[in-house]
Design a protein around this ligand. Structure first.
Ligand code: RIB
Length: 339
């Protein structure tokens, strides 16, 4: 049987040191093109593959990150994962996906990978930490575990966070409708147990108040961030005797459900009712009419959060306190008309 090629074989053939081979593999951006090409050629020639298990044992690291995702079916999260994976794989990190389905038992199970050494750090896309982990972080000198929250902040922000200013972005969406002459605007909100729901409601109310418009319980439609809840809301919009002219939806999935059911009921968007969403998921562009919405920079969320996490894992920063607020922008399509 052929002997397995070693890093020394690659270094000898490429004419560089083993440290340079390692840099060319793990941090290719810091070596020159010619060195990278020489190392890649030598890798190909020798058939060298990394012995990851040996490396991890040597480093006493898993070189893996666990990502807790509340709903892998929502495309909002997949683009965040793309950004996370991009940075993680460039750093030689593997990603473990923990689909939590908002179940605390699953959350605890996946966070256990930090305790049993299967993962070095965690990215939270679910806005929640089990009490036992919170206690451990609060009591541990140096912060306990390397954890960064993304998009949904924790109620008690005890770990670093990456996201947008949701209050501001929701006010911007509402202002857009106001600027287009709408005065009777409803807000289709998210689930009551989600921090984003309250932040986006606050932004909506802030913009309405600033325009001298009062809100009351009838101004709000109940949703849960799913397409189905957008469909249900369409029934309420069509039955509303006060004839709202616009709806600000707390996410795109609900906006798309709302628009398609309004179309079925013969209500035209934007001529009869204008709709604005939040997120800019891929389907916002292909919806008919195209959905005007707030774009959240999701790949950037993932990249920024993963970079922060790697710094924490590598002891490059204390990790607290810091919040990275990224920019949300309006994407204008065809679902809002001027009154
Ligand atoms: O949980 C889903 C929602 O949370 C997304 O649609 C997005 O708005 C996110 O912030």
């Amino acid at each position: 049987m052929n002997k397995r090629a070693t890093i020394e074989d690659v270094a000898r053939i490429a004419g560089v040191s083993t440290a340079t081979v390692s840099r060319a593999i793990h941090t290719p951006e810091i070596v020159s093109d010619s060195t990278r090409e020489a190392v890649n050629g030598a890798i190909e020639q020798t058939g060298y593959t990394l012995n990851l298990a040996a490396r991890n044992l040597r480093q006493q690291r898993a070189n893996a990150t666990v990502v807790l995702v509340p709903d892998i079916g929502n495309t909002f999260f997949s683009e965040i994962l793309v950004g996370i994976e991009r940075v993680a794989s460039a750093a030689g990190h593997t990603i473990l996906i923990g689909h939590t389905a908002k179940d605390p038992v699953r959350e605890e199970k996946y966070l256990n990978t930090l305790v049993n050494g299967q993962a070095d750090g965690a990215l939270l896309l679910n806005g929640h930490l089990p009490d036992v982990v919170i206690e451990r972080i609060k009591n541990a000198a140096g912060g306990g575990f390397p954890i960064v929250s993304v998009s949904e902040a924790l109620d008690d922000q005890i770990v670093p966070h990456v996201g947008i200013d949701n209050v501001r972005a929701a006010a911007m969406a509402t202002q857009y409708l106001l600027d287009h002459g709408h005065r009777h605007i409803l807000h289709l909100r998210g689930p009551g147990d989600n921090i984003l729901t309250h932040q986006r409601m606050a932004g909506f109310e802030q913009a309405m108040r600033a325009a001298g418009l009062a809100t009351n319980p009838d101004t709000f439609l109940d949703g849960d961030f799913t397409i189905e809840s957008g469909v249900t809301a369409a029934h309420q919009v069509t039955r509303d005797p006060t004839k709202p002219t616009a709806v600000f939806c707390a996410n795109d999935e609900m906006a798309i459900g709302l628009m398609s059911e309004l179309a079925i009921r013969g209500i035209e968007v934007p001529t009869d009712v204008s709709v604005i969403g939040f997120d800019d998921i891929a389907f916002a562009k292909t919806a008919r009419p195209g959905l005007t919405t707030i774009r959240q920079p999701r790949a950037e969320f993932g990249e920024c959060a993963m970079r922060r996490l790697l710094d924490l894992i590598n002891g490059k920063e204390s990790g607290f306190p810091f919040i990275n607020v990224l920019e949300a922008t309006i994407v204008e399509r065809g679902s809002v008309a001027t009154r």
